[in-house]
Write a protein that binds this ligand. Structure first.
Ligand code: AMP
Ligand code: MG
Length: 504
């Protein structure tokens, strides 16, 4: 631990983290807290001044010295050197029966890793991170959590479109919660610096705290560790593909060593099914982090982690075997997941064609991903072509344009009906299972935008409504049906609703 408490930007050598105090905000105000997480953590009075002061960095937890982590990372495929927690500060660690829980403020001031930035976060990006972390948790996707959202009372200067038009925005602070905030890049930085002593110390610490079942440090334990990180990362990305989540900035500094979704920046939600889509304007040209590329990027990032761990393992064939197994395991897990989305629970390789045809049709006929899969619960086995009307309605194409794809859909619906009849479940059983995997309510980009627009005018009603809605994404909520529709046309091209910059 670097104990200098100097928050000037600098290279921090030989340490995993630096002690740093949050910068107290001007006039903090609690806007929202996660009642689930408050209950889970046994927090007694989330509306107290004490809670506000802790969650905004006005005061520190007693007997805990806050710190920021040092890490590096590959950004868009290129080694970027030291990055680190430029605006995140770990403010508490609590031991529970389940293990360690770490509280982390995001946007509470500069750290040695802030480089030329201000260490702050704006309200719009904080609302997006806050709502989405909890929404993902309720969707069953591995993720860091969000405990609280505070206004800081500070004005923060941002150039949203990077076009020279900077403006002041409201500042905010989110308190994130996770068992660990260590990233792939936390290991990469030490290997890049040939600091194998700290590399080993960090790896042993991570295994002891987050993977204790793997046992004492040894090359075999390190390989088992790598295998488990590979498996967990695979599980995470399968969930992303299941629900239609696009992370947007899958740099190695944004991949958690626990396989949790972390760092909600310019993420987006797939609306019309388009594997080539990315919400991140910075990635517009190459679309490295597009929806369809996420599984390959996870593997690429895992290869960087393998390189980082290599000095402690020194066994290329064993590391390569594990990486190779990802490809096969991914294919199997993807087929299983996609089949489960359409109600097939005993898939065979023959079903691959059914899934491939389906995703081709979804893309060509621009169907809304969430609506399509959820509305499959209306599919009538005995009358498959009746489903065409629903499809036409859920497509972003005009009726005329959709008609071009009708023949393809007729063939698919017919094949689907024949295939479903071979499954052992009856319709009711199948529907129940399908409704647990195909969400009804997701945080579409325009929905977050509406919450932000209102909150900017001190109206938190949309934020409150969405936070409640997204607690039960798989349940029918008849009074909330207005959120189960295609995005409105005004949102298609609007910044913040379809495309986002990294400015936050
Ligand atoms: P991100 O793309 O948000 O994952 O950020 C990449 C790096 O930039 C990380 O090291 C962040 O901590 C840092 N960073 C991003 N925004 C800020 C900011 N406003 N102040 C300080 N550091 C930042
Ligand atoms: Mg990050």
């Amino acid at each position: 631990m670097d104990t200098s408490l100097n928050n000037q930007s600098r290279q921090v050598l030989n340490f995993c983290a630096s002690l740093v105090n949050p910068t107290p905000p001007k006039s903090p105000k609690l806007i929202h807290f996660s009642s689930d997480l408050v209950n889970e953590l046994g927090i007694e009075d989330p509306e107290s001044n004490d809670f506000l002061e802790l969650m905004s960095g006005v005061k520190n937890f007693p007997d805990f010295a806050p710190y920021a982590l040092c890490y590096g990372g590959h950004q868009f495929g290129h080694w970027a050197g030291q990055l680190g927690d430029g605006r995140a500060i770990n403010i508490a660690e609590v031991q529970t029966g389940e293990g360690t829980t770490i509280f982390q403020l995001k946007g509470a001031g500069r750290t040695p890793y802030s480089r030329s930035a201000d260490g702050l976060a704006v309200l719009r990006s904080s609302i997006r991170e806050y709502l989405m972390s909890e929404a993902m948790f309720h969707l069953g996707v591995p993720t860091t959590r969000a405990l609280s959202l505070c206004l800081s009372g500070n004005e923060v200067l941002r150039d949203v479109m990077y076009d020279g038009n900077a403006a002041y925005e409201k500042g905010a602070i989110v308190c994130r919660v996770a068992p660990s905030f260590i990233r792939f890049g936390s290991f990469e930085i030490f290997t890049a610096r040939q600091d194998h002593t700290n590399l080993k110390a960090l790896l042993d610490y991570t295994i002891q705290h987050s993977y204790p079942h793997l046992g004492a440090p040894s090359k075999a334990t390190y390989l088992n560790f790598f295998q488990e990180v590979v498996d967990r990362s695979l599980t995470m990305v399968i969930h992303w593909q299941r629900v239609g989540f696009v992370h947007g900035v899958m740099n190695t500094d944004n991949l958690s060593i626990l396989g949790l979704t972390i760092d909600y920046g310019p993420y987006g939600w797939l609306e019309n099914y388009d594997p080539g889509w990315t919400p991140n304007t910075t990635d517009e040209q190459h679309k490295r982090y597009r929806f369809g590329n996420q599984p390959s990027v996870v593997l690429w990032n895992l290869s960087q982690l393998a390189n980082a761990l290599y000095p402690l393992i020194e066994d290329v064939p064993a590391l390569t075997d594990i990486l190779d197994s990802y490809k096969i395991n991914y294919q199997n897990a993807y087929l299983e997941m996609m089949c489960a989305k359409i109600g097939i629970y005993s898939p065979t390789s023959v079903d691959q064609a059914l899934i491939n045809n389906l995703t081709d049709l979804l893309r060509q006929s621009q169907l809304d991903m969430t609506l399509f899969f959820r509305n499959l619960n209306k599919f009538d086995l005995e009358n498959p072509f009746a489903h065409l009307t629903i499809l036409a309605n859920d497509s972003y194409l005009s009726e005329l344009e959709f008609a071009e794809h009708q023949a393809g859909w007729q063939i698919w619906l017919g094949n689907y009906s024949v295939r479903l009849k071979r499954e052992p479940e009856n319709s009711a059983q199948r529907l129940e299972k399908m409704n647990k995997i195909n969400p009804k309510y997701v945080l579409r980009n325009y929905m977050a935008h509406l919450a932000i627009e209102a909150a900017d005018k001190n109206d938190y009603s949309v934020l409150n409504e969405l936070a409640e809605l997204l607690k039960n994404p798989y349940h029918e909520q008849p009074e909330k049906e207005k959120w189960f529709t295609k995005r409105p046309t005004w949102a298609i091209k609007k910044i913040g609703c379809s495309a986002l910059s990294c400015s936050s």
